[in-house]
Design a protein around this ligand. Structure first.
Ligand code: AMP
Ligand code: GLY
Length: 428
């Protein structure tokens, strides 16, 4: 079978890589792909991004189904267009993707369906936004309403910083014609992802991301600088509560609103302190796709034939699907280009990339194949992902490889996994 994966990041490399391990796979096309998908067996890059071109390609090649990685094509209606053309595709429709593409929509949805989220107000007028911030005080969170690749959020520790964020988002940003101002919620974050087919739901392994650029969670927010799976904080008791309090009401709420949800659904959660039965579980954001870099460690742990899982998902029979997970911990460290999360420097040659092994895979993101060399081509460059019997072992294995990979201006965190290690760790 031939499949098509849309996107060019580490998430898409990881998805395509795992799909390609199925004996059923003849080819996994990745559009447009990156330097890693260009040099992985059974994967082939397709240099197309326009939805019409992708539809024509999928028809010509007899692609069995398409999987959409990033949010932008979903928000642009790729799922609607493929379905209208009679093609199978996994992802939410344009209307359903508003859960991610409009923070304002998502907040109103959660309020309407009694799903716990931070208190908020939304504004288009900078003066009113600033007055509200002054009245609320800091810490306070300012979010651009539209898609901003994980960079449209400012967790402000002072009123002045929040006012500056308003200036930036309401006066010069296209994504920021509207802002959402949110109450600051404290606790520990976790990423909870499921697959939905409009009726049934299949829960994926849990994970935890590291959003800040620097060690000790300092510096600006990024798309994510590293992740591991599973997230120790999500005990079986919390897992049940998250399904009951967040995931089920979300999917039922969408169905009730007449927008049945298909695709990945990612709830970015803040888990408050306390015993599991009473800890607060607050939705910080929905994403209508898998997380990046969370996908990389999650894919390392998939033991089932992923092509079958997606087949059930696009056919509406997810109740018949299951995934067996490797019991080990997978941990991924992102190596980013100079100046990320600002405009990254690109075009540097990457050296020291090792052969992948069963226990450590380098997933590419902002790279391109240039003749025989791999060059940097984006902000997050690679995500080195390793398996281990403990977080510590996975961390050591990943960093051993990270230290071999060189390109000018590279930056990475040295402490991916620190939170997991601060929970009393039992080897699996
Ligand atoms: P988002 O894109 O909405 O997940 O926001 C990016 C990051 O900002 C989150 O992963 C959190 O670390 C932080 N954040 C977002 N909303 C809040 C909030 N209401 N309180 C505290 N931190 C937040
Ligand atoms: N790593 C967070 C995200 O993909 O939104």
């Amino acid at each position: 079978m031939k499949l098509l994966v849309i996107g060019s990041g580490g998430r898409e490399h990881a998805l395509a890589w795992r799909l390609a391990q199925s004996a059923r796979i003849q080819k996994v096309y990745v559009a447009p792909g990156n330097g890693g998908t260009a040099s992985t067996e059974l994967l082939e890059n397709v240099n197309l991004t326009a939805i019409d071109d992708l539809i024509a390609f999928a028809k010509k090649e007899g692609v069995a189904y398409t999987i959409v990685g990033p949010e932008a094509p979903l928000a642009a209606g790729i799922v609607d267009a493929f379905r209208t053309a009679g093609l199978k595709i996994f992802g939410p429709t344009q209307r359903a993707a508003q859960l991610e593409s409009s923070k304002d929509y998502a907040k109103a949805f959660m309020t309407r369906h009694h799903i716990r989220t931070a208190a908020y107000r939304s504004f288009t007028d900078p003066a009113q936004a600033k007055a509200y911030i002054s009245e609320q005080g800091a810490p306070i969170v300012v979010k651009a309403d539209g898609l901003a690749a994980g960079k449209g959020v400012v967790v402000a520790t002072s009123v002045q910083e929040a006012h500056q964020a308003i200036d930036k988002m309401l006066e010069d940003g296209a994504a920021g014609a509207r802002v959402v101002i949110e109450e600051h919620v404290s606790g520990e974050e976790a990423s909870f992802m499921v697959m939905a087919d409009g009726h049934e739901v299949l829960v994926l392994a849990t994970s935890q991301d590291h959003k800040r650029l620097g060690d000790h969670d300092e510096g600006p927010n990024t798309g994510g600088m590293g992740a591991y799976s599973p997230a120790h904080i999500i005990t079986p008791a919390l897992h049940n509560r998250i399904m009951r309090e967040i995931i089920t009401p979300t999917l039922q709420g969408m169905a009730k609103d007449g927008i049945p949800y298909t695709g990945f659904l990612y709830a970015g959660l803040m888990i408050g302190d306390g015993p599991d039965a009473s800890r607060s579980i607050t939705v910080l954001e929905y994403n209508c796709r898998m997380g990046d870099p969370e996908t990389q460690p999650i894919m390392m742990r998939v033991k089932s034939d992923l092509t079958e899982v997606f087949e059930h998902a696009v056919n509406g029979t997810l109740d018949q699907a299951s995934i067996t997970w490797d019991r080990r911990i997978a941990l991924g460290v992102v190596m980013a280009a100079e100046n990320y999360p600002g405009t990254p420097r690109t075009g540097d040659t990457i050296t020291g990339l090792p052969q992948n092994t069963e226990e450590c895979v380098v997933f590419h993101a902002g790279t391109r194949l240039d003749g025989k060399t791999i060059k940097t081509a984006g902000g997050r460059v690679v995500c080195v992902t390793a398996l281990g019997d403990s977080v510590k072992r996975a961390q050591v294995a990943a960093y051993d490889v990270v230290r071999q990979i060189e390109f000018d201006g590279r930056q990475y965190r040295n402490d991916i996994g620190w939170r997991a290690m601060s929970h009393a760790e039992k080897p699996v």
